[in-house]
Design a protein around this ligand. Sequence first.
Ligand code: HEC
Ligand code: HEC
Ligand code: HEC
Length: 446
Amino acid sequence: MSKLRVLAAIAFVVVIAAAIAAFAIAWRPAIAAIEPPAPQSFDRALVKRGRDLAAIGNCNDCHTAPGGKAFAGGLPVPTPFGTVYSSNITPDPDSGIGRWSEAAFRRAMRFGVDRAGHHLYPTFPYDHFTNVTDEDDRALYAFLMTRPAVRATDHPNELSFPFNQRFIIAGWKLLFLKGGTYKVDRSQSAEWNRGAYLVDGLAHCGACHTPRNGLGAEEANASFSGANVENWHAYAINAQSHAPVPWTQDALFHYLRDGWDADHGTARGPMAEVTANLSSVPESDVRAIALYMASVFGPPPQGRAGPAKGNGAQAAAADQPGAAIYQAACATCHESDRPLPYSGIDLRLSTALSAPDPRNAANVILSGIRPVSGERSPIMPGFANSMTDDQLVALLKYLRSRFSTRPPWSGVDQAVRNARQTETVALKTSRGSDSAPGGLMQRDKP
Ligand code: HEC
Ligand code: HEC
Ligand code: HEC
């Protein structure tokens, strides 16, 4: 054989081998369907634990469409590649996971494969859930299998070729899915390890706070450096934090547990859903998360102990067009002596005004902060109907120059236009657990 032919033959063999390998990697067997287990067959204490774990995992937020039944799926989750709809994870035998065994559920959590063997999109954050222990998966399974079964129609995803081909997810996993349950760090306390296990796993904090690469995977060297989600900026929550007052373990605990902290203000947008869930789980878990995150932030950098309170405004030009708007519409609340969270925070403490872009500030000014029904909670009116885009732009520029020590924002006009478009984004307040998963054993009540 000529050299060329040998090369061609080798190339052919390599291509076939690669195709077989790709198929072997991509192929996952189906796991046999089971008869839906009776809700009474699950231990109550296990279901209760599963309920708390589900709250930490925000399963309710992604798997419940606005106005829809809890866990019945159908929520459109936007990605740079198109829209993926969340699945029905109630125990309906046909449209939900009623026929999934615990092994099938665990495989989905750990490897992102459904019962029939299809690869699932990592919009379902199994790149985090992969670290969950067998016991915790068992509790989650018990919780979900005891929810009311809801029949739901399947929403086809809206993804373009080749992203609509599920087998390509196998390639993504090969590159980015680091399997394996949590490895304890023996040099740290049990509480720290508990926090790390939850933050990196079920709570998937990095899914919003870590920037992603071109293939939609979290950048390995930029954990918690801040990223955009649904026209919100999930701030840097590491040493690169823009918060005017450095975050401490106590402040993190209050913010995550109560949805606000005196030195940092309230949680809004997607973060309000996170804190609403965390307000209903065992306090020790939130303390562990706060302890671990404090170590991620590290000690406060030299000279950044926060703005001295009461040292008056910065020397921002009072003749800027935004100054008059601020005095008329905002100062009464934001410079009052009422206690937080009912007054507006001293805006020098606001991360929104020190953030890399103005989107969160624009969102909160347009939509305001709605009260939580039945509770005393912070209120701020929305200014969407009383302010023109030009006024809002002028106001944002003024707020930045007066209340932040950072350089002026660029692209304020565009940010205001974007915020207008997504103004319908539910701007929930954080206090209260009305979005937390329902009570125990809803199905087995007599
Ligand atoms: C960020 C949004 C998000 C969160 C949070 C989330 N999921 Fe999902 N989940 C999805 C999406 C989207 C899909 C569909 C993926 C697909 O079609 O490939 C999905 C799919 C699933 C599936 C596969 C169902 C099927 O029929 O194939 C299971 C099981 C599941 N999720 C369980 C959970 C559990 C348990 C939690 C909480 C611990 C959770 N999810 C949290 C978005 C989410
Ligand atoms: C669904 C997306 C999402 C998830 C998951 C998420 N966050 Fe956030 N987070 C955000 C957004 C968006 C903001 C900005 C909220 C605002 O402007 O009020 C935020 C704000 C914060 C802040 C305030 C930072 C500052 O300087 O003001 C902290 C602290 C924080 N998140 C910690 C966490 C922790 C810890 C977790 C995991 C337990 C977590 N987040 C999970 C989206 C998310
Ligand atoms: C009725 C009282 C009230 C008025 C009027 C008001 N606010 Fe607020 N504002 C609040 C409350 C309460 C909060 C929630 C607590 C907090 O985070 O400060 C808030 C929060 C904010 C935040 C988020 C701060 C953070 O946590 O990062 C910004 C920014 C803000 N307001 C700006 C404004 C601007 C600009 C105006 C005028 C156009 C205004 N507010 C008018 C009460 C008010």
